[in-house]
Design a protein around this ligand. Structure first.
Ligand SMILES: Cc1cc2nc3c(=O)[nH]c(=O)nc-3n(C[C@H](O)[C@H](O)[C@H](O)COP(=O)(O)OP(=O)(O)OC[C@H]3O[C@@H](n4cnc5c(N)ncnc54)[C@H](O)[C@@H]3O)c2cc1C
Length: 382
């Protein structure tokens, strides 16, 4: 699978983290994932194991977090998503969307209270930004936060929230008098409720929920003190998108491996289908895009570790790698013929999952517009 010998570009520690994550996926995820996907189930009990492996909030320093570099975090995302995008989503949401804002914008007390149990997988977090009427344009959000004496009172609805129904803590972004603010909402707070979104045909091994805040009263210190405005949620999304740049290549690698294996064993017209030129063309194209995408992820990871990575560069990575992963998944599906539409093979599951990955954390269209704006200086969003 490592055609360009990218392994040599990794440090010993990075390889160790990658291999440990790969073993976890092989032992705990792959044997069960088809059934979980079919039943629409995420095994919450594995959160503690992910915590024990140091994978939750792994790129954050202190407070029980592993403090790895960005490349190691990316490699873990790749291996998890080679298992299923639902697992990478869980780790992305926990580490980059729920823990990161506390770590970056929280008070010392908030960090001490929440980060260690979240890193251990004992407390599960979610990130509530999207609303039913505000997806690509979250700045239009209607969820409100008003002061009432020393308290805050939140009202509104958040939609499509990963981990919502299994979360102990929701990081909710709401409009206050002084702009958008982030709130730490324990999910047993009166006025908070979550309803899981069923009948989803993508990311089935991941919980996606609607959050309702109905006069949800929080103490004055529930607000993240160090950020105001959309910079707060957007900086979290940038962290998570970086993980997707890597993760998408994990899903692509799994599809490629499945197609390659199938092509060399499935016989039609008295020869393995991998011997037909049209199949070889597909495999060669898949290999080229998988190799380029993985190299791109590694390059962006090294830039992030140097403190040089911009949001626009992350957009380029997310746009390319998810788009190409989806193309690889679809090409792999054709190689598997009818078997390609069953859960006996991982391909249709990854292809379906990648449809969500294409949409969340900024749609492919939105990332194209980010690049268009960077190139021309002209915003085409409105
Ligand atoms: C499985 C799943 C999990 C998710 N998890 C979370 C989560 O944990 N937390 C969270 O806050 N959100 C989450 N989301 C929400 C996700 O971020 C949004 O779905 C996404 O931002 C797109 O919003 P939307 O679905 O409302 O689509 P819309 O914004 O309505 O977009 C619909 C279409 O219009 C296009 N479009 C919109 N504006 C423009 C424009 N200016 N120019 C060109 N085209 C445009 C879009 O690209 C898209 O093709 C999740 C979504 C899914 C599917």
């Amino acid at each position: 699978m490592d055609f360009l010998d990218l392994d040599r570009l990794l440090s010993e520690e990075e390889r160790l983290i990658r291999d440990t994550t790969r073993s976890f996926v092989a032992d705990k995820v792959l044997p069960e994932i088809a059934g979980w996907f079919e039943r629409g189930h995420f095994p919450r009990e594995l959160a503690k194991e992910l915590g024990d492996l140091g994978l939750l909030g792994m790129h954050l320093e202190g407070y029980g977090c592993a403090g790895t570099n960005a490349v190691s975090y990316g490699l873990a995302c790749l291996e998890l998503e080679a298992g299923d995008s639902g697992f990478r989503s869980f780790v992305s949401v926990q580490g980059s969307l729920a823990m990161f804002p506390i770590w970056r914008f929280g008070s010392e007390e908030q960090k001490r209270r929440w980060l260690p149990p979240m890193a251990a997988g004992e407390v599960v977090g979610c990130f509530g930004l999207t609303e039913p009427d505000f997806g690509s344009n979250p700045a239009g959000m209607r969820t409100s936060a008003r002061r009432d004496g020393g308290d805050w009172v939140l009202d509104g609805t958040k939609m499509w929230i990963t981990n919502g129904g299994i979360a102990d803590l929701a990081v909710v972004w709401a409009r206050a008098e002084d702009g958008v603010r982030g709130f730490l909402v324990p999910t047993d707070t009166p006025g908070f409720s979550a309803r899981d979104i069923d009948r989803k045909l993508s990311l089935r091994a991941s919980v996606t929920s609607e959050l309702v805040l109905d006069g949800c009263r929080l103490p004055g210190d529930a607000v993240l003190p160090d950020v105001q405005g959309m910079r707060g949620p957007l900086s979290c999304l940038n962290e998570a998108r970086y993980g997707i740049v890597w993760g998408a290549m994990g899903a692509a690698r799994a599809c490629f491996a499945s197609a390659l294996e199938y092509a060399t064993t499935r016989v039609q017209f008295d020869r393995p289908i991998g011997g037909f030129q049209l199949t070889q063309q597909k495999l060669a194209d898949m290999l080229v895009e998988l190799s380029k995408g993985t190299l791109l992820a590694l390059h962006l990871g090294r830039m992030k570790d140097d403190g040089r990575l911009t949001a626009e560069q992350v957009s380029l990575g997310k746009l390319n790698n998810v788009r190409e992963a989806l193309a690889i998944a679809r090409a792999a599906r054709t190689i598997l013929g009818a078997n390609g539409v069953t859960l006996e093979y991982p391909v249709i599951r990854h292809a379906n999952n990648l449809e969500s990955v294409l949409t969340y954390e900024g749609t492919s269209e939105v990332h194209s517009l980010v690049l268009g704006q960077a190139l021309t200086g002209l915003s085409a969003f409105q």
